[in-house]
Design a binder for this molecule. Sequence first.
Ligand code: CTP
Length: 405
Amino acid sequence: MSHALTGRKVLLIVGGGIAAYKSLELVRRLAERGVETRAILTAAGSHFVTPLSLASLTGNKVHQDLFSLTDEAEMGHIELSRWADLVVVAPATADLMAKMAHGHANDLASTALMATDKPVLIAPAMNVRMWTHAATQRNLATLLADGIHVVGPDDGAMACGEFGPGRMAEPDVIAAEIARLLSGAGPLSGYRALVTAGPTLEPIDPVRFIANRSSGKQGYAIARALAEAGAQTTLVSGPVALAAPPRVKLVKVETAREMLAACESALPADIAVCAAAVADWRTEDLPNAKIKKTAGKAVPELRLVENPDILKTLAQLSKGRPRLVIGFAAETHDVIAHATEKRARKGCDWIIANDVSAATGVMGGDQNTVHLISAGAREDWPLLSKDEVARQLAARIARHFAGAA
Ligand code: CTP
């Protein structure tokens, strides 16, 4: 029987907790939906369920050892981590969560989690005190900020005799969450989004360039959040040290003109978010040989010409204009006044204004205080992580299209 999820693949990491028996049930729930599962069983997990049970239910060999020669020859751990459409950790023990939050990679499970380029869902399960412990809650906050999806835990009676939060979510609930993540069904499914991010590099000669300090973090987080909300997302990015978010089509560019061309070829789009720090100018002439400093010769003068304004171009398209065009305004003073003026000048629908004066640490940092300025209205958002700004923005866009705002 064909199902919406037929052919989709899940890598299930089974950690060491009494709830591990429920992951066997989870495999069955996934199989009913047409999902193929491969399992990694941790050393601790193998005290609770056997490799044989997992192999029988998944219909696949169970992976247990990072250094197994036969496993590496058949399907290496990197390949395994990429084979899946989604990685699920169930049960996610306090130890696995700590390893994930700190980037440990000292066994097959933690290495696969570090090596994967796919979304990750965890179903925590542990004793109530372990769950409420400050260290676990700190790790949870880190994982959420990293974009890890979390389902549960539930409240209830625990195997250890205590009562409270810490019980792993029921297999049906985890399976439903997996189905939601795999089908990409979110409030923006069916919408197309275009995001620009990072700096642009404007060459001076074949070896030198003009650039800026944009890290690309905010733009990448927005692309990720839009994709997670179900939008078919293209991210046009200048050079940055960030990996492509899951399910996002990444187009790498260097110059402002390349960025504009890439944006135009990504159209049509319903949503355009311009978060790139596009260089305002480029050099007028581009010599094809390196400029030499010859003794006695005058210091070279660079003549600059203006680059295309990508936000303005998209916002003012007469044909095929995205329905919602959003720009950023990075200001160091009179933030609201400058951003409001910028919105009018560029012709975009919304401007996300932020204060980037040195004291705020926004540039290159992980947090942002923003104001959303639309036609005649202004929303002041609290201090949030860049990931949270991105998720709030995706939710705000979804509400806009739903007609609620
Ligand atoms: N932007 C763009 N293309 C450009 C310049 C800017 O798409 N060539 C976009 C940015 O991605 C951002 C917004 O325009 O969304 C604001 O850019 P900014 O450089 O701050 O505005 P300017 O018009 O250059 O104003 P100023 O530098 O004077 O603040």
